[in-house]
Each structure stands twice: as C-alpha cells, then as structure tokens.
Design a binder for this molecule. Structure first.
Ligand code: ATP
Length: 736
C-alpha cells in the first residue's frame, strides 16, 4: 500500500521555489551531486512532521530553515512543507484517524521563529499533528528517517533513547500520549484538590465559630421554651389567685357595705330619738356635720389612694424599663470599647495600601462606623436618662402623695375624734337613759368598724387591680422574649392548695429566665442564615473534593492500565523485532546472532527510588547483543564502521517489519557498504518496500537499481535546488 503521495516544498532551505515530489512508486531514489540539496529533502520531511530540534535539521535558528537567498535570487520570508498522504477507508478504518480520503500535514515557519501547523488546511496545534502521526505509526522520534551519517544512530543512542525509538516504531507512542494526557489531567485535578482543600481550611474556623453561635442560639431556644413553660404555670396560677382574691375582697366589701348601711340606719334612729328639744337638735346637727366631714376625708383619702396606685404603677414600669436597658448587651459594651474598635479599624486602614481610591472609600466607611457608634451609644444614654428622669419625677410625686396621705390620715383621725366627741355630747344631752347612751356609742363604734372594713376591702381591690396591671406588663415582657407560647395555657379550675411562697418562687424563676434571655440577645436569624450558607458551602466543597478524589483515582488507574498495556505490547513487539533482527543480521553478516535485551534494572541506577512492577519494566532501556560468526566480537564498540552500518540496517529493517511505518527515508545509509553488502542491502530494500514506502538518498548504483522512481537534484549557480525525474542510466551520471 502506498500511503505517501507527495511532498510539497516552498522556501525550505535550498528549495527556493515550489518543488513537488510525487511518490507513486514503492521505492523512490533521490540522487545528485554533493551539496545539491538531497538531505534537505529528508529534513523537509522531519520539519513537516513537527521536529522541534533545530540540530537534527542542521540549523541553529528558525531562519536557517528558510531559503536565505543568493546573489541572483532573493531570500524567502517563510518556508513551508506539506506531506500528503492517501487515507483510504478500508472496511471502516483509515490509516489516519481522521475522516478524509487524503491527509495533508503542513508546517510553515516564519523568520521570527513562529511555526504554524495545519491538517488539510485547518490550523491545528503541534500536539494534534503528533497524535495523528502516532496513530498511524509515524512518530516524532524520527525512527523512520535515517539521516546521513546516522546509519548507526540507533547504535549510538543510549539504552533509554533506543527504547523510545523502539516504542515509537512499534506504534506505542500513542500510549505515551494518552499517559501524558492522563498525567496532565491528574496534575490539574491535584491542583484543584489543593485549592478546594485550602478553601475548606479557610472556611473551617468561620464555620466552627458559626456552629458555636448556633449552639448558643439553640440553648437560647431551649431557654425560651423553658421560660414559656414556667410562665404558663406562673400566669395561670397568678390569674387564679387574683380572681379568687378579688372575689373574696369584693364579697367582703359587699358584706361590710350592707352591714354599714344597716348600722347607719340603726344609729340614725337612736340619734333621732335623742333629739327631743332644741339643744338635742343642735347637737344632732353637729354630729351630722362631723359625719359629713369624716366622709369627705375618707373620699379624699380614697381618691389619693387611687392616685398613689397610678404613680406607683408608673414608677414600677419605669424602673423595669431602665433595668431592661441596663441589661441590653450593647449597653454593657462601654463607649470606650467601641471607640477603640473603630480606632483599630482606622489604624488598619492607615496601613499602606495599593489604590488610593479604594482607600478613600474605606476611610469614609470607618468614619461612618465611628459616627454610628457615637450616635448609638448616646442614643442609649438618652434612653437611659429619660427613664431615670421619669422615675425620679414619679418618686417625687409619690413622696408628695404619701405626705398628703399622712395629712389626710391625721385629718380623718381628727374628724373621727370630733365625730366621737359630738356623739358623746349628743348622748350626754339625753339624761333619760344610760341604756340609750350605751346603744348609741356601741352602734357608732360598730359603724366605724364596718367603715374600716369597707375601706380595707376596697384598698385590697385596688391593690389587686394594680397586681393585675403588673401581671399584664409581665405578660408583655415575657411574650416579647418567649413568644405567644407563654400565653397558651388553660385557666386553672381553682386556686391550687399551696403557700403563696410557691408562686413567689415561680415568679423569681420567670424573672431569672427573662433576664438570661435578654442577655443572650436576639433570635439570631442572620447568624442561622449565615451558618446555613457556610455549612452548605462546606458540604459542597466536601462533595467536590470527593468527586475530585474519585477522578484522580480514575486517572491514576487509567495511567496504570496504560502502563500495563504498554508493557504488554512492548514485550510482544520486542520479541517480534528480535526474531526479524536476528534473521536480517544473519543474512547481512552471513551468520552470527543479534538481539535486543532489556537493560539490567540497576544498570541505570540513579538517585530515583527503585521502581517496581510495570514501572520497572517501562523504565528499562534496550541493549543490543551481537555475536559475529567467525569473530569473537561481542560488543558494539568493537565493530568496524561497515559492520556498525550493517547492524544498524538490520535493526532498522527489523523494526520496520514488525510495525511498518507509512514511509521510511534512508539518507545514504548504504554509504559504507562494499559491493557484496550493497547487493544484500538492495535485496532487503526490495522486501522492505513491500510494507513501507521507501525514499532512498543514495550514490549507490545497486540501490538506485531497486527504485521505481528516480529524482535528480541539482544546484545551479543561483544556489537554488532543482528537481528532475531521471532514468536509471542518467541517474548514475547525475549522481556524480
Ligand atoms: P551530500 O550529497 O554532500 O550529502 P546533499 O545533496 O545532501 O549533499 P544538502 O545537505 O541537502 O546536500 O544541501 C546543502 C545545500 O543546501 C548547501 O548548498 C546549502 O548552502 C544549502 N542550504 C542549506 N540551508 C539553506 C538555506 N537556508 N538557504 C539556502 N540554501 C541553503
């Protein structure tokens, strides 16, 4: 099969003008005088295949590859070489893994050293070319291009280099590509793993902090529930207590009022009987006036008591409010603390920074923080002061009321004494009967007694109303902290049988829980949200890490599988190359043995750790063992130049037999052969050409004779290589 169709050269080295070589024969020979440009053709192939080593193209810089000009032809600005292959579809498979019947691989180099690669006119990366070639067993180590003077290159090469050439020749380079690909991906994955791990490390302390905050909030939640529960019992009991007490006081007031009315009627009747004359009527009038005075004083006292109740309620509320402000967490942070904080922020801002404008923004931010903190604290102080002022005014009011109350009590006492005296006088006026006097005094006393009872009951009712108000305040405060749950309780069927102290203890508990809750602050919705986000991020990162670790594992085992396959194919290939190598060697040398062996694993002992398994096999270089039939020569260095060339040829041919490349270029590989060997060489070329297309650059008649096409290369005085097809007879002449 002839895959190589043609080579198109423009501006490459001595080929200033467009030159096309057709390869329609199995073997093409290129002949011509020294220095005419034959080797440049071989290098054009290397160039187009992506060769990166300037040295192997006999240059130092990219410019050396471009036609440099002569006195009659100007220099070129670019060199381009295209190799065109046939790529037929044979039973669904094509030699090159690309869906075109023809594949043109082209490379252009410019004077500035940049190269462009294309496949069928589309720009590609060098890597794409390499992969395409490796897939068609036409590799980059150039195992298929044997340059002039390099006939024994494979003998000169190190064991490791030899191995690379052999792998390339066996078409195993593709494994190396895949392995490199896997390795690259693995490195990227490992970088990603490191990044994700560092993100997780950064996140961890923040998350731990938030977790602690949320734990605290959860404890607060528990506290809230505890408060709600405690408050329910407390409120229910207090309500039952107040209801019962109110009923009792109310009933007592009712009963006392009824008895009072009765007593008053009885007393009035007695008094009426005592007034039989004008003096009696006057004394009775005095009694009535005194009675009115007592009632007025009582009414004034009752009014005062209501007022006092109002003031005391307000005072209690004001005190509670300022106590709450004092308990607020921010109120505990001193103004100095907060200002120190703002100053620290300012100090950090003043540290050297890159962008001034950024800086300015942060500066104003810091000022805003300061202003806010200032306002915040003074606002708090104002609140506190307001409450304290209000409490102070109420205290004054209360003191005044208490003083007035004392006065009124005195006044009432005096009025009562006056009333008692007027009654005495009224009773003394009626000398008719001691009995009447006794009854009058007794009733008057009873009346005063009932009056006192009514007063007490009413005072108690007022007290209870005040307690109800206090309870409402407590409910509000509790609901603010524990929510409406604190109020979801059933009223008690009756007052529990217990000491009042039990309820006082409940009250203290509720108060304590309220204080603790106030200290822990708000519901922390923002903290919970932040915690949720942070832990979601943590979960995401953990999953990401897991995925990355999985794909890293996958890539590692892929690399191992590739190694295993490579090792297996290499071992097979080596055995097959060895079979041919021994055969060709025996033909060329008329006997003897030659074979490739794997380097002793410690032969290349360097600092690297000793590899094992596939790795060890994959690292072993290739040694060449030779034994000439009639000589005792066993080492390569003992071979003559011709013998080296023959050994090399045997090996190159053996390698080509096992996995034939699309074409093989032999640049004067036959230079060192005597006539007999040149003939054997020619025979081998013929058999080799059945598998790979051959391009032979030669001065040798024997070799020329085997070629189907002969090109002559000449160089005129203009320094430009010219190509012409020649017949065998002419070729011999041209070659000189
Ligand atoms: P031999 O038979 O002696 O091996 P050859 O035919 O293989 O010779 P080449 O080595 O291919 O000859 O060609 C060398 C010629 O190419 C020289 O004349 C050299 O001046 C010319 N040459 C090399 N590079 C350039 C370039 N960049 N521009 C112009 N000519 C160049």
């Amino acid at each position: 099969m002839q895959m190589l169709k043609r080579l198109e050269i423009v501006g490459f080295k001595s080929f200033a003008r467009k030159t096309t070589l057709d390869f329609s024969s199995a073997t093409t020979a290129i002949v011509g005088p020294n220095g005419s440009g034959k080797s440049n053709v071989a290098e054009a192939f290397r160039f187009a295949l992506g060769e990166q080593s300037m040295k192997s193209m006999r240059g130092k810089r990219a410019e050396d590859l471009i036609f440099g000009g002569s006195h009659s032809v100007s220099r070129a600005n670019r060199a381009s070489v295209a190799i065109v292959f046939d790529n037929p579809d044979i039973g669904g498979r094509r030699p090159f893994k690309i869906d075109f019947d023809e594949v043109a691989i082209e490379r252009v180099v410019h004077r500035d050293g940049t190269s462009e690669y294309s496949i069928n006119g589309s720009r590609v990366r060098l890597r794409d070319i390499e992969e395409l070639l490796a897939g068609a067993n036409s590799g980059e180590t150039g195992h298929q291009i044997i340059s002039q003077g390099e006939a024994d290159r494979i003998l000169m090469a190190s064991a490791r280099e030899r191995r690379a050439m052999l792998e390339d020749a066996l078409g195993l380079a593709i494994y190396e590509f895949k392995k490199q690909e896997a390795q690259r991906k693995l490195e990227k994955t490992e970088t990603n793993i490191a990044q994700v791990e560092s993100l997780r490390r950064e996140l961890a302390p923040h998350l731990r902090f938030l977790e602690r905050q949320v734990e605290k909030l959860e404890r607060t939640d528990a506290l809230r529930i505890e408060l709600a529960n405690a408050a329910q019992t407390y409120f229910a009991t207090e309500e039952a207590y107040l209801a019962a007490e109110k009923r009792t006081a109310y009933e007592a007031a009712q009963a006392a009022a009824a008895r009072l009315a009765q007593t008053a009627v009885e007393l009035a009747a007695i008094e009426e009987n005592a007034t039989t004359d004008a003096e009696g009527a006057r004394r009775l009038a005095t009694v009535r006036a005194a009675e009115a005075g007592v009632e007025k004083a009582a009414a004034a006292r009752a009014e005062l008591a209501r007022e006092l109740g109002r003031v005391e309620g307000a005072l209690h509320a004001a005190k509670q409010r300022s106590a709450r402000i004092a308990r607020e967490p921010y109120a505990k942070v001193s103004r100095e603390d907060l200002l120190a904080l703002a100053e620290e922020a300012q100090r950090q801002l003043e540290a050297p920074m890159e962008s001034g404008a950024l800086r300015a923004a942060l500066d104003s931010l810091s000022k805003a923080v300061r202003a806010f903190v200032d306002r915040f604290i003074s606002n708090d102080n104002v609140l506190m002061a307001d409450e304290e002022q209000a409490a102070y005014a109420l205290e004054n009011e209360r003191a005044a009321l208490l003083e007035r109350e004392a006065q009124l009590a005195d006044e009432q006492d005096q009025r009562r004494s006056a009333l008692a005296r007027s009654r005495e006088a009224l009773a003394a006026h009626d000398e008719t009967g001691k009995e009447m006097r006794r009854r009058l005094l007794e009733r008057a006393e009873a009346k005063a007694h009932e009056e006192a009872r009514v007063e007490r009951a009413q005072a108690r009712l007022r007290e209870l109303a005040q307690m109800e108000e206090m309870l409402e305040l407590e409910k509000r405060d509790t609901v603010a902290l524990a929510g409406l749950a604190a109020l979801s309780y059933e009223p008690l069927p009756g007052l529990p049988q217990e000491e009042r102290e039990a309820q006082a203890a409940r009250r203290r508990l509720v108060e304590r829980l309220r204080i603790r809750l106030e200290e822990t602050g708000g519901t922390g919705e923002d903290v919970r949200q932040e915690h949720k986000e942070a832990s979601e991020r943590e979960t995401f990162l953990a999953r990401e890490l897991e995925d990355l670790a999985k794909s890293a594992d996958g890539l590692r085992s892929l690399a191992q599988e590739l190694d295993a396959e490579l090792a297996k194919h290499f071992a097979d290939g080596l055995a097959r190359v060895n079979a041919s190598f021994g055969e060709f060697f025996a033909i060329l040398f008329g006997g003897g043995h030659a074979r490739l062996t794997l380097e002793e694993s410690d032969a290349d002992a360097d600092e690297e750790p000793v590899p094992s398994g596939h790795d060890a096999v994959l690292r072993q270089g290739i040694e060449i063992d030779v034994a000439l039939s009639k000589k005792k020569v066993r080492s390569l260095v003992q071979l003559s130049g011709g013998e080296r060339a023959l050994t090399s040829i045997a090996l190159i041919f053996a390698m080509s037999q096992v996995n034939p490349p699309p074409f093989l270029i032999l640049d004067e590989t036959d230079a060192a052969l005597d006539e007999a060997n040149a003939r054997r060489y020619g025979d081998m070329i013929e058999s080799l050409a059945k598998k790979s297309q051959l391009i032979v650059i030669t001065h040798n008649r024997e070799t020329m004779r085997r070629a189907g096409i002969l090109y002559g290369v000449t160089m005129g005085g203009d320094g430009v290589s010219k190509l012409l097809s020649v017949k065998f007879e002419d070729a011999v002449a041209v070659a000189k």
